[in-house]
Ligand binder design. Sequence first.
Ligand SMILES: [Zn+2]
Length: 296
Amino acid sequence: MTSLRFLMMVLFTALCGAAPARAETAAGDKLPVVASFSIIGDLVRQVGGDRVSLTTIVGPEGDAHVYQPSPADGRKIAQARLIFVNGLDFEGWLQRLIDATKTHGLIVPLGNGVKPRSNEEGLDPHAWQDVSNVRVYVEEIRDALAGVDPAGAETYEDNARAYIDRLKALDEEIVKTLSAIPPERRRVVSTHDAFGYFSARYGVTFLAPQGVSTETEASAKDIARIIDDVKDHRAPAVFLENVSDPRLAKRIAAETGARLGGTLYSDALSGARGDGATYIDMMRHNVKELAKALAP
Ligand SMILES: [Zn+2]
């Protein structure tokens, strides 16, 4: 091989590497991306559509506070171009996994883009419980995807715009439904403190025996305090959560006489056949359950 031919081959290879053919639709050409848990997974799917090959680490009904990653999760992270995470101290197991895989993928922490809430325990990671924050998540997903896949920028832009329109309608629907409930009845008990952003946006107070993470169990003192609170303020309903042990909520309902509401989706979607299989469905379900239990 002449040195000129060799040089041309090197140049050609370099050019191909710099401009991969992302417009192809074969499975192998899809952009490999990872989402840390089911809610972010849905948002990435809404924006990325057919252009991404998505792996969600903590799936439906899973508790991302206390997840135990597997070697298969590590392999997916090692191969990913983008790794979408919530941040705000939500996925405590994630940094070690990312370090172990030595991935070259870009970590995109979505919750860091919103105004974070915090309490004496630290940051409250559950920003997705306010629909206006999810709009910010979606814009960040759109920009990150377009950054590594410029050929898809227009698709991501269109998908994000259409989805944000649906989010705006959802937000208005929630405000309308819950504002119809008398303010003094808008008090409920959940298991862990996952609804701070929801409370701030939609005006429903949540009392929770367990803190912002499911990692530490509720103490006897915390449970007694909630039972007193429920009796004092007459919170009309106690809700179960899809990521928490139902026994605590059942006990509080039994000891206070509060109504046992349905199950709220706090930190995870339902499975595909459930009524919270997407973010929008999950929020609609929660608001329907709240309205049903709190109606005078
Ligand atoms: Zn949580």
